[in-house]
Design a binder for this molecule. Structure first.
Ligand code: URA
Length: 239
């Protein structure tokens, strides 16, 4: 049974104007050019640019400081985020919070968002759990105008992709997080741009030692992000 709970009313339903966006028909009528994050969040509530809204509770838009230096971009909201309406508040979000604290980054001073703004899931074979499903390329493309609008509104100094979905959406399909994590990427989207792992990959570590090791590397990447945000070179790997 699909989740029918708290479905938001469409502010701009499917009949809104469509345009061709990298080959995908994307509903653009709901996005006001140059709008503030507050306005964009309201507009995104009724987004029907792809079908993911049908099984999701609500649009999970980005959240954070009014004038952040750093923007973090994840993949898509998970089960908890879908219910809460906020990004990175579930298990991966808790791990992300711990890593931010260790790296000396205050979450209230950054902006956190996702590549795709609706939770994509399939029912568990047994029980009621909703299992995360990776978004398809056309769903990522359909959602892209929201991310572009967020980047335009925020103009971050440092753009950080968390995991391959965000990194490949923003830096190109051939981007490899394994090979290029922590490396500055030339991007028109921000003066400093880089990717690191998705925090959920650390939750999937096979044992406590591997998890400790992966967390230490993640924190090291975030410390570099903090130095870049302060105007430093980050003291590590250059493109
Ligand atoms: N994973 C993500 O990519 N984003 C969230 O908001 C939560 C988990």
């Amino acid at each position: 049974m699909l989740n029918q709970k708290a479905r938001p009313k469409s502010t701009r339903p499917a009949e809104q104007a469509t345009t061709d966006f990298h080959g995908a028909k994307v509903s653009m009528g709901g996005i006001t050019s140059g709008a503030s994050i507050k306005k964009l969040r309201e507009e995104a509530r009724g987004c029907r640019a792809c079908d993911l809204w049908r099984n999701a509770t609500q649009t999970v838009f980005g959240e954070g400081a009014a004038k952040p230096t750093i923007i973090f971009v994840g993949e898509q909201p998970g089960d908890r985020e879908d219910l809460a309406g906020s990004p990175f508040v579930g298990p991966a979000g808790k791990l992300f919070d711990e890593a931010l604290v260790e790296a000396g980054i205050n979450r209230s001073e950054v902006y956190v968002t996702n590549t795709v703004k609706h939770f994509k899931w399939v029912p568990a074979e047994r029980g009621k759990r909703r299992i995360h499903k990776k978004p398809r390329a056309d769903e990522i493309q359909a959602c892209r105008p929201w991310l572009d609008a967020e980047l335009k509104a925020i103009k971050p100094k440092v753009l950080v992709c968390l995991g391959a979905t965000a990194a490949q959406a923003l830096f190109g399909r051939s981007f490899s997080v394994t090979r290029q994590r922590g490396v500055l990427v030339d991007s028109p989207l921000a003066p400093k741009a880089l990717a690191t792992v998705h925090p959920s990959s650390i939750l999937r570590a096979p044992d406590a030692n591997a998890r400790r090791d992966q967390m230490a590397k993640f924190v090291a990447d975030l410390k570099r992000v903090a130095r870049l945000a302060r105007g430093g070179a980050g003291n590590r790997k250059k493109a």
